[in-house]
Design a protein around this ligand. Structure first.
Ligand SMILES: Cc1cc2nc3c(=O)[nH]c(=O)nc-3n(C[C@H](O)[C@H](O)[C@H](O)COP(=O)(O)OP(=O)(O)OC[C@H]3O[C@@H](n4cnc5c(N)ncnc54)[C@H](O)[C@@H]3O)c2cc1C
Length: 466
């Protein structure tokens, strides 16, 4: 008898796991609530345009992961040279920051203040230690107040909807791959041996379609190995005994299914997983789930009657007066994604599900983003031909200063089930990238094949977040 594995969620974590298990002869079933696979890394196509959910570049320090993605894409991969900028103080700067570019573009007084602040912070630190207990302190301790205020504060607060003093320093430690101002100077001037992720200048992208082509190819391959795939389907309950999942009830095409599986691999948001588990009456676990929050994004797409807005893959926009956080242009990822005389851009607008922005009507959103583009000098008001939006509820797990406490309670609860694996970005509540999700999927599949028990601590090992 083949062992049966159920995968919940067809993002890259679920797909890579499903692919590896199916390839090793397990009987795989995949359930996805949306009508298409790919999760945060999916693409959409209409008859003229291909577009992603914001900019997606694939990169990994691990060559076996790059080889794996090439194999999934049947070697139809291109290497792109990244180009991105940040709009600050009414001018564009290269991003990642480059010393020569900052020196030539930043007003001299501000430059002086940056260096003065940096050195006084370093000296003060020798006498009085300011703990790294929030994002604000972590960054100020390493970069000084002026640099923190110019480059980090506004963008971070806009993205998270929280003050930087309420954000955990884990966010900085995981996402800022530069140590301090001196490190910025060294890494941007000299070619160092270990290039931090921020400074990696090349990335991989599918030759055809958008980033979602990776998910599409996984789906073809998984189906080729005989997996049962249920898209647009809803999980109703995950029944458990004290040691594991006994059965899963789900609905697809108005038909209810109740099945037992040897392994359940969940990549759906951790808090949603807990709410599906029956019975579950631990009030501490419920409380912890109610205090873990996700940031949402409304993606606003504008079709513009112009061959190109810029040669940037994306532009960061920290200023509070702009609605957009970041703007990406898909033609720069794949020339064939748009007709020659038109271009499509995506503005990411971060918000909380159900707030004023989430509920703003499409016309207003498109008007506000058009105003942003005009202010940024990228387009004229009358060049926008059409618009549409897409909403993603679970875009970023929010690392507030209490999140570790709540996460610990939920991890302990989930760890008691020997055949329930929870991994992937929202399933682990880790702000990770595509390569990490793929690596987790492959790694969980390997541990299932080896007969190891599920354990969320293994899944949060640092190796996945280098
Ligand atoms: C705007 C943006 C830009 C990004 N840019 C990059 C980048 O440049 N490079 C990079 O490496 N990474 C990038 N990322 C991160 C990357 O997209 C994610 O890390 C990765 O795609 C996560 O994959 P996953 O499978 O872990 O999770 P997800 O993609 O979230 O997959 C989970 C799946 O589960 C499904 N699901 C949820 N609930 C249920 C349910 N109840 N039942 C069934 N199915 C369910 C979801 O629909 C989804 O398909 C970016 C992310 C965002 C938001």
């Amino acid at each position: 008898m083949k062992k049966k594995a159920l995968i919940l969620g067809a993002g890259l974590a679920g797909l890579s796991c499903g692919y590896e298990l199916a390839r090793h002869g397990l009987d795989v079933t995949l359930i996805e609530k949306e009508n298409e696979a790919g999760g945060l890394a999916k693409s959409f196509r209409n008859n003229k345009f291909t577009y992603d959910l914001g900019p997606h570049r694939f990169h990994s320090e691990k060559s076996y992961l790059i080889e794996h993605i090439k194999e999934i894409l049947d070697n139809k991969v291109v290497i792109k040279k990244r180009k991105s900028e940040i709009f600050l103080k009414n001018r564009y700067f290269d991003y990642p920051l480059r010393t020569a570019n900052i020196i030539s573009r930043m007003p001299p007084l501000i430059l002086l203040k940056i260096f003065f602040d940096y050195f006084t912070t370093q000296v003060k630190k020798r006498f009085k230690d300011v703990p790294d207990n929030s994002f604000e302190n972590w960054v100020t301790n390493r970069f000084g107040t002026t640099l923190y205020e110019i480059f980090f504060k506004e963008y971070t607060e806009k993205t998270w909807g929280l003050s930087c003093s309420e954000i955990s320093s884990d966010y900085a430690a995981q996402r800022i791959s530069l140590l301090n101002l001196w490190d910025v100077v060294v890494k941007s001037v000299f070619k160092t041996k270990n290039i931090p992720r921020t400074y990696v200048s090349q990335f991989y992208y599918p030759q055809e379609g958008g980033i979602g082509n990776i998910a599409e190819k996984y789906m073809e391959k998984i189906a080729g190995h005989g997996a049962k795939i249920f898209l647009g389907s809803e999980i109703k309950t995950i029944n458990v005994s004290s040691s594991g999942v006994t059965s899963v009830v789900f609905e697809s095409n108005e038909t209810s299914h109740s099945e037992s599986y040897d392994y359940v691999c969940s990549t759906i948001p951790m808090t949603d997983l807990v709410s599906l588990i029956t019975p579950q009456d631990d009030s501490k676990v419920k409380q912890a789930c109610s205090e873990l929050f996700f940031r949402s994004i409304v993606f606003v797409y504008l079709i513009i009657n112009k061959p190109r807005l810029s040669d940037n893959h994306w532009i960061y926009i920290p200023g509070r007066l702009f609605l957009s956080n970041r703007i990406s242009e898909f033609k720069n990822f794949n020339e064939d994604s748009s007709p020659p005389k038109k271009t499509i851009i995506c503005s990411e607008v971060t918000c909380f599900c159900g707030d004023r922005i989430w509920n703003m009507n499409n016309e207003r959103l498109a008007d506000r983003v058009t105003e942003d583009l005009v202010q940024l000098g990228l387009t004229g008001e009358n060049e926008v031909e059409d618009y549409f939006t897409y909403k993603m509820k679970h875009a970023y797990p929010i690392y507030d200063i209490y999140y570790q406490e709540h996460l610990g309670v939920i991890r302990n609860f989930l760890n008691q089930f020997d055949n329930l694996y929870s991994f992937g970005r929202n399933a682990l509540f880790r702000y990770n990238n595509m390569d990490h999700s793929v690596e987790m999927g492959l790694s969980v599949a390997k541990s299932i094949i080896k007969g190891e028990k599920a354990n969320l601590e293994t899944a949060t090992q640092k190796k996945w977040f280098g």
